[in-house]
Each structure stands twice: as C-alpha cells, then as structure tokens.
Design a protein around this ligand. Structure first.
Ligand SMILES: [Zn+2]
Length: 483
C-alpha cells in the first residue's frame, strides 16, 4: 500500500516503526526476534475511519461480538466457548455487533438454541430486537421486562431490557474489561486503528443502543491506556447536537471548542474534531471553522447532502475550511457534481456501511469516487446500527452484495486492491497521520497477518477472513498460533 503498491517478503520493525521493508532485509543479528509468516499474506493494519467502538466497549455483561460467525451453530459454539471465561450466573451479551442478515435463516438464534449456553445470554441485533435464553428470560422478567415465550424482546420492553442491564451490570471495572475485549476482538479481524465518532448523549443510564454519556464513556479506554494495555489505536471525535435555535446558542459545542484540544494525545489515544454530528446549524459550522477544528456530518439522502455542501460553501466563503479536512460520511447518493463541489472546498468523503443494507443501487458510488480527485476513505459506521467487521464490509464493496447475497451496488463495486486501499493507505488523510496505513520505512509498525490470501480466496470465503497475528507499533496484540 505504498505509492508503488509494492509486494515484499520481509519487514523489520524497530522502536515501534518499520525500519526496513523489502525482499533483501538481512539478518539483524542478536536482539531481533524473527517471525516466519510461512508464506501468509500480511497487510497494513486496517483503519476504520468512522465507527462506534466506544459504544461497543461500554456494553453491560461479558460482551461478545459475533461478527465473525456466519451460521447459527457457529454463533452458539462461539457463545459456549466464551462461557468458559464467564463466572456462573453472569451475563454473556452481544449488543450491536451481530445482524440477523449474517445467518442463512435471516434471524437471530432462538431461546431453545441459546439454552445450549449455560450462562444468561442476551443478544440485541444492530437492527431489530433482542433474543435471550431461559436463564436471561427469568432474570429479566424478575426485573419487570416482558419477554416472549420464544425469547424475543421487542417494542418498549427492549429499551427497558438494555437500561436494566446497564443499571445492574455496568461498573468502572466491567466497562474497562469491555473496552479491552472490544479492541481485542477487532484486532483479531485485523483492525489496528479505530476512529470513534461518538454516541447520542445520555446524562444518566438509558436504554437506547446508541446512547451513552459522551462525557464519561471514554474513561474505560483511558484507564486501559494508563495500564499500557491498548490492543489498538483509538482516535476520538466529539459528537454534538445543539439545536440551531438554542438560547444561549451552541450550549455544548461552544464550551467544547473553548475547553478541549483537537488532535491532542499520543500514538494510542488522540482526540480529533467534531463528529459525526456538528449540531447548531450554520452557526455551529461557523464556530467550528473559526476555531480551526475539523467537522464531520453524515448524510442519508441526496437532499440532505446537497444542503450539507451548500452550508459548507457558505461557511467557507467567510472562513476558509480548505485546510481543515472536513468530512461528510455515508453519502449513499452523491452525484459527480456534488463530488466536484465538495472537493473544491477540501472536503473528503467516507464510504462503506454496506453489509446490512437492502435495495438496489443503494450507493455510495464507489466506482465514480475512485476515478474522482476527491479524498475518499473507508468506514464501517458499525457498533450500533451495523457491523464493524472489515471483511464483511470489504466483501460487500468487492461483490456488490449484502450479507443476504442480494446485489445492492449496481455497477459500482471495486477491486480487492482498491477496497483494501480505502481501508488502509487512503485513511491516512482522514486520521490525519501520514505514518499509518502502509508498510513503509518510518511508518508505525502496524500490520495483520491473515489466515487466507484476501486477494485470491473465493468471494464467500473473504467474509471469513481472520487475522492470525496482529501487530500494533511493533507490539503483538493478537496471536492465533502463528508465533
Ligand atoms: Zn456513525
């Protein structure tokens, strides 16, 4: 993923950075640990330039993502394996990182299936309701939560169920465990850098899957960092949703811009800008531009993105934003005319978020963007409303199919090389760190050694890709038997 797209057979990491890369990197003598990859494919550590990993790291219970299993029996096996870590009577949960669409039955496991796990099990899909087993059903019913005979929880009961789990099970220690487990899980799928794009602010404990206290939810990650135990890099964005008519104006964004620091931290945790909502309407954008910060908003349709670009043109005419690397994400509809206008004022776009979508030609227009000069990178947007697993996302980008196998991208699919470039080197611009995303001398020593060659395996097998060995800054953070 360097400018020449070289493929090499050796890399030397020293002091956390690549010190030599090529086919003729000699033996280094004593004090160097040599790892034989046995012909495996290694790629730069994957950068997810917009997801909600901090939400995933704050889930109640022994949180267990299930994005790597594609059958219900495999999901049950993963939960049973997990139960070996979990004290009897304590909850195993999966909240967000699972989707009914990833299973051939297009449903979550039933109560009867989940009863094969001898711990209380609570699964809540990114889109759709929750399912529990008998142990969890009894506990939740004792707390006043309505659970159907088949273990399904839906409607208002769903909100009460998650609120109750949070109230009863979350402590600073369980949150810290959850933060570590979340980063560790995605390290096993090759992600070495996450750019978190916030949550809906909840001052107290609430039941929404995307809700958290945005002023305290980073604490478990900061605690991990103090221990020197981060399994991946975290970049933190601040989400704001002030009303454009609030009085006084910008009640949360204003203090944020005055009292905190953009792009402050170290190689493991660093702040960014305002995302994935800026809030405060045009005046919010003006304040962000005047403060010299980066801003990002997402868009779900053509009318909305047209307005977003018009507003940014207005602000740019007053305070130039061309050097601030502002971002618009998702862009399901994004004609070339809007790409021209966004690019003219220095805006980049994040694309991805495909595996659980339905419809035809749902965008984004990957092929058009690849031949356009606008900055583009990859994001999953996963953690609450869809999956983070990069291999499910890359599968969609290269096949044009969602997890149910339905074509959703029309003629806009990309090659594997292009898709992987979006998820690695292209994201340098969005993370605003040039020394990530490619295996080059001087860059941070981040890479993933895969269990299969992602350039040649069959399309369906691409979805099952795992990392055997994930290295961040020269530190082995995940090792599945290769070493
Ligand atoms: Zn998002």
């Amino acid at each position: 993923m360097d400018a020449a797209n070289r493929t090499v057979s050796r890399a030397l990491i020293r002091g956390g950075r690549f010190a030599a890369v090529g086919d003729n990197v000699g033996d280094q003598g004593r004090g160097v640990r040599r790892i034989d990859l046995k012909g495996r494919t290694a790629i730069p550590g994957i950068i997810d330039a917009h997801n909600h990993i901090v939400l995933v790291g704050n889930r109640p219970g022994w949180h267990t993502p299930l994005e790597h299993v594609l059958t219900i029996p495999d999901a049950i096996a993963a939960l049973r394996k997990r139960s070996a870590d979990v004290p009897r009577g304590e909850f195993i949960t999966t909240i967000g990182p699972v989707a009914a669409m990833q299973f051939p039955e297009s449903r979550l496991p039933t109560l009867q299936e989940l009863d094969a796990v001898d711990r209380p099990v609570y699964i809540q899909a990114a889109q759709g309701g929750a399912r529990v087993n008998s142990l969890a059903k009894a506990w939740l019913e004792s707390k006043g939560v309505a659970v159907a005979a088949d273990g399904a929880i839906a409607g208002p009961a769903l909100n009460l169920a998650l609120k109750t789990l949070r109230q009863e099970l979350l402590t600073p220690e369980t949150r810290k465990r959850g933060a570590r487990d979340a980063l560790q899980y995605y390290a096993s799928l090759g992600i070495t850098t996450h750019r978190d794009c916030g949550a809906f602010h909840a001052e107290g404990i609430e039941g929404g899957i995307a809700s958290e206290n945005v002023y305290t939810m980073h604490q478990p990650f900061l605690a991990l960092h103090r221990d020197g135990a981060m399994p991946a890099r975290l970049r933190i964005e601040f989400l704001h949703q002030d009303s454009p008519t609030a009085n006084p104006p910008l009640p949360t964004l204003g203090p944020r811009l005055r009292n905190s620091f953009p792009f402050f931290g170290d190689e493991w945790i660093r702040t960014g800008g305002i995302a994935e909502f800026t809030g405060g309407g045009l005046d919010g954008l003006r304040a962000i531009a005047r403060a010299g910060w980066r801003g990002e908003d997402h868009t779900l349709n053509l009318a909305n993105v047209t307005q977003l670009i018009k507003d940014r043109e207005t602000v740019n005419a007053e305070t130039p934003i061309g050097n601030l690397r502002w971002i618009i994400s998702h862009i399901p509809q994004f004609p070339v005319e809007l790409a021209d206008r966004a690019n003219a004022i220095g805006i980049g776009v994040l694309v991805g978020w495909g595996p659980t979508r339905t419809g035809t030609n749902v965008g984004p227009p990957y092929r058009m963007l690849m031949s356009h000069p606008i900055k583009k990178g990859y994001h999953s947007d996963g953690g609450d409303i869809t999956v983070i697993n990069p291999w499910l996302n890359l599968y969609t980008i290269v096949t044009g199919k969602n997890l149910a196998g339905q074509p959703i991208l029309g003629d806009q699919a990309l090659s594997r090389q292009e898709a992987l470039w979006l998820a690695t080197a292209a994201n340098k611009w969005f993370i605003w760190e040039d020394d990530l995303g490619s295996i080059e001398v001087g860059n941070r020593g981040d890479l993933a050694v895969l269990d299969r060659d992602c350039f040649t395996v069959a399309d369906d097998d691409l979805r099952r890709t795992r990392s055997l060995l994930t290295v961040v800054g020269g530190r082995i953070v995940h090792n599945d038997g290769l070493v």
